[in-house]
Design a protein around this ligand. Sequence first.
Ligand code: A2P
Length: 279
Amino acid sequence: MTTQLELAPTVQLSGGAAMPCLGLGTWPLKGQAAADAVASAIGLGYRHIDTAENYRNEEAVGEGVRASGLAREDLWLTTKFNREHHSVAGVREACEASLKRLGTDYIDLLLIHWPNPDQDRFVAAFEGLVQLREAGLVRAIGTSNFKPAHLDKLFAAGLVPEVNQIQLDPYHRRDDNLALHAQKGIVTEAWSPIGQGSALLDDPVIGEIAAAHGRTAAQVVLRWHVQQGQVAIPKSANPQRQAQNLAVFDFTLSDAQMVRLDGLGRPDPDMLDADRFGH
Ligand code: A2P
């Protein structure tokens, strides 16, 4: 008897690729722990893994992918590059270095990790991404941690990312970003989608909705993301929690429950500000 794996549905990107809406985040896993987490997740049905140059785990992610035995074309791999590569030639070098570390010959989604507006070179970096997509080294291109003002600068140059990956969860709503993404056809991808497993998962409103569905708080929050058409990349090194986080496609939150979750947004003075932080 074979077991049918539950795979995440995909969202359509403006460049034509279909991206699995639930993936595995890998920060801050490194070395064998990262390779094991990736192989475990793929075994459970994950078909989307998120890494970055800055996580220093691309080699380990590549090892985990090979250990899983999954065919490369059945997997979505996202990576990101750092500020020193923000030029047309630099982005190509960054891509080639990531390909080598990952042990693959294309990347599904390559992102500018942070805008670094102090050096003001992200428009050139994005032009480099367009060339990589034309050359077939990457299937889709985008940004990470771009605030509306950074996106506006790309739009002014005639450039539109397919995806913008930002910190987003019911406590961190990012409404200004979401409105702009919707207007421009940019898919929103949430990093730390379950609030880094912290206080968010103890929120009484989320607990009440979870109890009503017989689900965990993490599942309710992940369902809130994917039900809005967002992509979410929860990190877990624990196979039970990995499985739990993927099992969010067989229940639906009511409109009233979505509205209650939408109402949880609050200011966070500790949130990283992409005008001040970046690498
Ligand atoms: P662990 O790796 O031990 O499972 P985020 O992706 O929002 O940054 O959250 C990651 C954190 O949340 C990690 O500390 C992870 O720990 C924890 N975590 C992941 N999935 C769950 C879950 N289903 N329930 C509770 N905590 C979780």
